[in-house]
Design a protein around this ligand. Sequence first.
Ligand code: SAM
Ligand code: SF4
Length: 336
Amino acid sequence: MVMADPEHMLMTDGLGRRISYLRISVTDRCDLRCRYCMAERMQFLPKNQVLTLEEIALLADLFIARGIDKIRLTGGEPLVRRDIGDLVHRIGRHLGNGLRELTLTTNGTRLTEHAEMLVDAGVRRINVSLDSRDADRFAHITRGGQIDQVLRGLDAAQKAGLAVKINMVALKGVNEDEIIPMLHWCNDQGFDLTLIETMPLGETGEDRTDHYLPLTDVAAQIGAHHALAPIDYRTGGPSRYFAVEGMAAKLGLITPLTRNFCADCNRIRMTCEGKIFMCLGHEDHVDFKEALRNGGLAAVQPLIDRALRLKPAAHDFRIGAGARAATHRHMSVTGG
Ligand code: SAM
Ligand code: SF4
């Protein structure tokens, strides 16, 4: 195991932002094909290009030694990766010893099998993506997903004692009429809710502009029914949280388009191929896989500093007439 080092080993980028949060995409594969995320016929990476679980764990050790104190496992769908429990337990060993939080973003389809494993490994909170509670609409958005599977997964998560936050991508003409009902449902279930603006990442075969819904408008609509008050609650990510009058559920808003949050960005992302992206919206990256495979962890150390210098001031997402995807990469590759 890599030993934790003193202050000077902590990661700070060229603009003085302290980097403490790593998102790891453990696979680019998924059992769903959400329309805003993936193309219907996605080409996935050949297996030998993907880091082994051991390689991911070694890199996680290294990052924790450099001051990463929160790790989110994501994808693709992290729970479709074979033996994912081994990785979760392996990283979970750092909890309380460098790592403050290990968490996961999932589509929920495999939570019935994995909820207890997550708790055993030290995971306490998860994000579950759910864009509609209507079975047909859910099947449409995910191109074939079955909502019952996710609802059973949510049940299993609650029984296992996991705190759940629902992630809902707000889509004009698709699920905008479900946002307020979703907030009520989350409140009844004991979940928080985060709404997300659709981001222009990778081609999906559909025009995201058609469904882009600015959350400024949504917040105004919700506010007409329930007063929203900004609160200090933070989970280390880009969500801004609001207390909702008359509800215990907190409402989070992720607004990459209408309100840029890059000035406080504390995050970096590692793809399942071992590429470190310093920003979801830029192509600059540093490749750790070859260095690790040829020179071991000693060869990776200097690359972390190179990556830190690459972190841009801000993403440059644009949506609307003539705007292209900001990156060729889909969210499922970089890790949402
Ligand atoms: N498969 C898991 C899931 O769906 O939760 C984890 C990976 S998914 C890429 C992570 C999050 O990114 C999900 O909440 C998903 O809705 C969101 N997402 C994917 N593509 C997006 C896009 N283009 N814009 C905004 N959010 C997106
Ligand atoms: Fe899969 Fe998650 Fe992308 Fe949907 S959002 S296709 S569940 S990776």
